[in-house]
Ligand binder design. Structure first.
Ligand code: NAD
Length: 424
């Protein structure tokens, strides 16, 4: 028996525990590659850094940061950076591992990585946020780089933070290195279409799922948890397809309107006030009632571990589109499958963001930039192709889309591992 890792203590419902359970489910479908599976159950490299900064009032504060490279058999590490007070090494390990699976599922030439800082960025001033980001970037500068590991935005990080990261790394290496991060502002080597790419991928996979179930998106009722980058972009595209956004929950509250919320007005309200609470044309709903809202499609687009067995038993939706990473616990996955609810798993559903990050990285290397139409056409083609391959695998083995995505992805990762062989 391999020794368990000494530095994390996963439980069945913690993010790393969830990931390990998902890997265990795929082993029967890996054939001779199953002998390599332990590779997937431990990160290649995990860096913990101290981030001391001077606050505006002269105090010195320390923050804890991480960068985890889970697997790099197929290429450099790739994955976002999260700023959140609940970030832990274990969470970042799981997020890095899901990036390995996601990048392989859409066949991008990347391994998986992720970063995070335990901080509530809303408590920092603009200057403090910049100092913290620059110090974090310098500390993880040991292991990131355009050919090594390429960070991107995640929860509470954005193009401005990517610009600071790119600048800090560039100052340290003595040359402008736009390819070290993706999700940058457009005029600094960013890509058109990146900001909305994850939401777009959620919509495109949702449209395919609806088509296969014979569900008309026009008039379909959609509920979204998290109205940030991913949730709001997905909601906008469902709105354009004629769907009704009936409920939204974020950190500030839960709102409902059976006739459909005005998505553009809600987006403006959230930009101005920071959350959905206080939005006029809606009823306020109790937090827990969100989970039995009458809807056809549910999009969890906030944090991990949101769909528990108790909530899975109450859901009315026929399709769950995992915009967030790790929103469904393994036993809740079984409940949803038993109830006939179709889950499009995170590792394919929210892969649109990293796919356009890949386009951004390629454009940075060639210094030649594509139009937004070119980006969207290529994105849709990759997402639809990847989902079809996964769906065929699911049908072939009679397994869920999640296990099928892991089967396709883990086979690619472990094949690369086997072909490269072990060094020394
Ligand atoms: P964001 O910071 O833009 O938005 C996060 C949203 O979650 C906000 O609306 C916030 O209010 C809400 N939220 C936070 N805590 C909550 C709680 N306890 N209950 C309900 N809502 C809560 O982040 P994002 O970039 O939209 O990321 C959302 C999810 O999508 C994360 O799981 C992230 O890992 C995943 N994801 C993001 C990208 C990307 O390109 N940004 C790509 C793939 C996956």
């Amino acid at each position: 028996m391999p020794q368990p890792l000494s530095f994390v203590h996963p439980t069945p419902h913690s993010p790393w525990g969830t990931y390990l359970a998902q890997v265990d489910r795929v082993v029967p479908y890996l054939g001779h590659l199953a002998r390599w599976v332990e590779t997937l159950k431990r990160p290649k490299r995990a860096l913990i850094v101290d981030i001391p900064i001077e606050m505006d009032d002269g105090r010195i504060e320390h923050f804890e940061g991480y960068r985890v490279q889970h697997n790099m058999s197929r290429g450099p590490g790739k994955g976002g950076v999260r700023y959140h007070p609940d970030v832990t090494l274990e969470e970042v390990m799981a997020l890095a591992a899901w990036m390995s699976v996601k990048n392989a599922a859409v066949n991008l030439p990347y391994g998986g990585a992720k970063g995070g800082v335990r901080v509530d960025p809303k408590q920092l001033t603009h200057k403090e946020l910049e100092r913290m980001t620059r110090r974090y970037t310098s500390e993880i500068g040991l292991i990131i780089g355009p050919q090594q590991d390429i960070p991107a935005p995640d929860v509470n990080t954005n193009p401005q933070i990517m610009a600071w990261m790119m600048d800090t790394y560039s100052m340290n290496v003595g040359a402008t290195a736009t390819g070290v991060v993706t999700g940058k502002p457009i005029h600094l080597g960013g890509s058109l279409g990146r900001v909305k790419a994850t939401g777009r991928g959620v919509f495109v996979t949702g449209r395919e799922a609806a088509r296969r179930l014979g569900m008309d998106l026009n008039g379909a009722r959609v509920a979204v948890q998290g109205f940030g980058n991913v949730g709001s972009s997905a909601a906008e595209l469902f709105g354009q397809a004629g769907s009704k956004l009936v409920a939204v929950q974020d950190h500030s509250g839960t709102i409902f309107n059976g006739d459909g919320l005005d998505i553009a007005a809600l987006t403006t309200h959230v930009r101005q006030t920071g959350g959905v609470a206080g939005f006029g044309a809606a009823e306020v709903m109790a937090t827990e009632d969100f989970w039995d809202v009458d809807c056809d499609i549910l999009v969890p687009a906030a944090l991990e571990g949101q769909i528990t067995v108790a909530r899975a038993l109450r859901l009315k939706a026929r399709i769950v589109l995992e915009g967030a990473n790790g929103p469904t616990l393994p036993d809740a996955d079984d409940t949803l499958a038993e109830r006939g609810v179709l889950v499009v798993p995170d590792v394919i559903c929210n892969a649109g963001g990293v796919t356009v990050s890949y386009f951004e990285w390629v454009q940075d290397f060639s210094s030649f930039f594509w139009t937004e139409d070119e980006i969207n056409v290529r994105l849709d083609k990759i997402m639809i192709g990847a989902l079809k391959r996964i769906w065929d695998t699911a049908d072939h083995h009679g397994i869920t889309l999640r296990t099928a995505t892991f089967a396709v992805a883990c086979e690619r990762i472990l094949m690369a591992r086997e072909e490269r062989g072990l060094y020394p």
